[in-house]
Write a protein that binds this ligand. Structure first.
Ligand code: NI
Length: 170
């Protein structure tokens, strides 16, 4: 088992758009594998490659990691091609420790991307899965869920996280 270090705000890789994956090769498959292990271990329900320091457009998600409904989704170069409705759910993020806040997202989305066979796939998601996929695709675009909060809340939590990080490093 390989567990990656998970980057936390304000590490730079989290605020930079990740690069498209040009081919599904062994390295990408291995990366997806280790990302899934890292996500399950954390535990989390979604993880984007730049959260483990790899600036590639790859995500893993499983909204029922411990249940019988457990299903691992791996998507390279995911893109939202349709969206509708509105939902507000409290979100957290492995890269933003010890903080949760309500974020407004689309209720239903259609996401297109590549699976690990290099085949184009389309996923229709709603509810929690739709939220997780939007959250992870945001990561790949260099956006954290706290970037979607009001300026007041965002500044407050960012200041707190920067302070915490400085303390850890000193
Ligand atoms: Ni996250």
């Amino acid at each position: 088992m390989t567990i990656f270090h998970i980057c936390t705000y304000p590490e730079k890789v989290l605020s930079q758009p990740a690069e498209p994956i040009t081919s599904i090769d062994e390295d990408v498959i291995k990366l997806a594998d280790h990302m899934a292990e890292t996500m399950y271990n954390a535990p989390g329900i979604g993880l984007a490659a730049n959260q483990v320091g790899v600036a590639k457009r790859l995500l893993v998600a499983d909204i029922a990691p411990r249940g019988p409904e457990s299903e691992l989704i791996v998507l390279a170069n995911p893109e939202i091609v349709a969206a509708e409705g509105e939902v507000i759910i409290e979100e957290g993020c492995l890269s933003v420790p010890e903080y949760q806040a309500e974020v407004k997202r689309h209720e239903k989305i259609t996401v297109r991307g590549l699976d690990l066979n290099g085949e184009e796939v389309e996923i229709e998601a709603e509810g929690l899965l739709a939220v997780v996929l939007q959250h992870e695709i945001d990561h790949l675009n260099g956006i954290l869920f706290i970037d979607r909060l009001s300026k007041l809340k965002r500044d407050l939590v960012k200041r707190r996280l920067r302070k915490k990080k400085t303390k850890e490093q000193s």
